[in-house]
Design a protein around this ligand. Structure first.
Ligand code: CMP
Length: 177
């Protein structure tokens, strides 16, 4: 089981049409968890920097103009194989080619106004998450029956059962059980 994090952007066409919730529902209903999120209005530099790999392509100027035209919702999604799962849920870049049941087939309008962006690889997920979020803004949810905490920047999970057994053992309580 590979738990990954990926960056997702709900684009101006979708935020303007009040369908942020409907799109997030697709992620949550399919096992992805929102572990960070915010509504932002990007300026030209922020959008151009984010899409730097497309600089020089014929659609670059339109893309930057479009992404700065209204607020977008940026979020970090976490879950099993989150990077690929997010891309499967989004569907093809061009909504006219997206499989039915995908977010772009159901909610997108054109290749520019295509509702969502999602990281396409492990490396781009890391770069894109860091582009919008600090480590402190990405939160961890305690798992059931697990004591979860960060130590030396590492996520540590200990079964609660083991914590109690250790406590009883160390204090000699186990003799009275
Ligand atoms: P996104 O996944 O955000 O990545 C780059 C964006 O550029 C893409 O979605 C589209 O919205 C936009 N775009 C516009 N024209 C093209 C094109 N011909 N090929 C790829 N992306 C395009």
């Amino acid at each position: 089981m590979t738990i990954q994090r990926t960056l997702s952007i709900i684009k101006p066409d979708a935020t303007s049409r009040n369908i942020i919730g409907k799109i997030i529902d697709r992620f949550e209903s399919n096992g992805l968890k929102v572990v960070a999120g915010k509504l932002i209005h990007m300026d030209q530099d922020k959008a151009a920097g984010f899409y730097a790999e497309h600089d020089g392509k014929p659609f670059f100027a339109n893309l930057v103009e479009y992404m700065t035209s209204a607020p977008v919702f940026v979020q970090v999604l976490e879950g099993e194989n989150a990077i690929l799962k997010n891309r499967d849920l989004m569907g093809a870049t061009n909504p006219s080619e997206a499989e039915s049941g995908t977010i772009r087939a159901d909610f997108a309008e054109t290749i520019d106004a295509n509702a969502v962006h999602g990281s396409d690889s492990f490396d781009s997920a890391k770069r894109e998450i860091d582009y919008f979020f600090s480590e402190k803004e990405i939160l961890t949810f305690p798992a059931k029956n697990l004591l979860t905490f960060f130590k030396n920047h590492q996520l540590i999970n200990i079964k609660l059962e083991e914590v109690f057994l250790n406590l009883f053992h160390n204090r000699g309580f186990y003799r009275h059980l």
